[in-house]
Design a protein around this ligand. Structure first.
Ligand SMILES: NC(=O)c1ccc[n+]([C@@H]2O[C@H](COP(=O)([O-])OP(=O)(O)OC[C@H]3O[C@@H](n4cnc5c(N)ncnc54)[C@H](O)[C@@H]3O)[C@@H](O)[C@H]2O)c1
Length: 257
């Protein structure tokens, strides 16, 4: 039921990390995939790794520029005749709290994490509506609900993303387009592994907030994306599924080891 044979997908920010895992899972299930990312080097490397030039296209793209985002989506439509799946995954999380944040940082985070998802959804939905079907997935975070003060703009953008999921799910329901979100907890992408997991104090602090006692793997997020992109979730819309090892329910700490 999670086969994506014949489906056409665009995944933003998929040259690395969680987006990459989603793109590879979609490819493995038979989909054709456009990866839209501004990391040209990693995108071209992934195209080589994927080794499926008929079903994988890398488009260099800064999603904060809606014209570039539209052109990435049109690459999918022009090449394969339409779009069935959009994953709004590109995201950044620079540090600043309510006392230190400036307008430029706030606007940049929102342009990538939220505005791109709004207009990506709008553009993709126009094409999906012509065929009366489609699945849109927003990569949210536990930080849509919980807070880290130094990630003010990130937290606010992810909270907004959850509202976008619910709002657009209702607006697009009668057009056959489902919109859902994924809210990861701490997932070991290369970045997290190198930057956070090597720091013992940070690792213990994260695990003390993770009842399952381990971080997640990118493939565990890709598995949810596959479910939400496929017909296996045909009656699910407007939901954000949290994959966080139990963190959202925890109102204290657990033993780190
Ligand atoms: N890794 C985690 O633990 C975690 C937890 C919760 C949520 N998330 C969310 O998952 C998504 C992916 O995060 P990740 O951990 O894989 O990060 P990552 O940094 O490994 O990957 C993000 C990708 O987005 C791309 N990107 C950034 N800005 C872009 C832009 N303007 N235009 C196009 N591409 C752009 C980067 O080049 C990179 O390839 C993000 O939305 C993030 O908020 C991640």
């Amino acid at each position: 039921m999670t086969s994506l044979k014949g489906k056409r997908a665009v995944v933003t920010g998929a040259a690395n990390g969680l987006g990459k895992a989603c793109a590879l899972a979609f490819l493995a299930e038979g989909a054709s995939v456009v990866v839209a990312d501004f990391d040209r080097e990693a995108g071209e490397r992934l195209a080589g790794e994927a080794g499926l030039p008929d079903r994988f296209v890398f488009v260099p793209c800064d999603v904060s520029d809606v014209a570039q985002l539209e052109s990435a989506i049109l690459t999918c439509v022009d090449r394969w005749g339409g779009i069935d799946i959009l994953v709004n995954n590109a995201g950044i999380a620079p540090k600043a709290n309510i006392e230190t944040i400036d307008e430029a940082l706030f606007d940049r985070v929102h342009a990538i994490n939220l505005r791109a998802a709004v207009f990506g959804t709008q553009i993709a939905a126009r094409h999906m509506a012509k065929e009366g079907k489609g699945a849109i997935i927003n990569m949210s975070s536990v930080n849509a609900e919980l807070n880290i003060p130094d990630l003010l703009a990130y937290n606010v953008s992810k909270g907004g993303l959850n509202q976008l999921t619910r709002n657009s799910a209702i607006a697009l329901a009668r057009k056959g387009i489902r919109v859902n979100g994924i809210g990861p907890g701490t997932i070991l992408t290369k970045l997290t592994r190198d930057a956070v997991w090597t720091d013992e104090a940070a690792r213990r602090s994260i695990l003390s907030r993770t009842p399952m006692g381990r971080a997640g793997e990118p493939e565990e997020i890709a598995a949810i994306a596959l479910f939400l992109a496929s017909d296996a979730s045909s009656y699910v819309t407007g939901q954000t599924i949290y994959a966080d090892g139990g963190r959202m329910g925890l109102n204290y700490t657990v033993a780190a080891d």
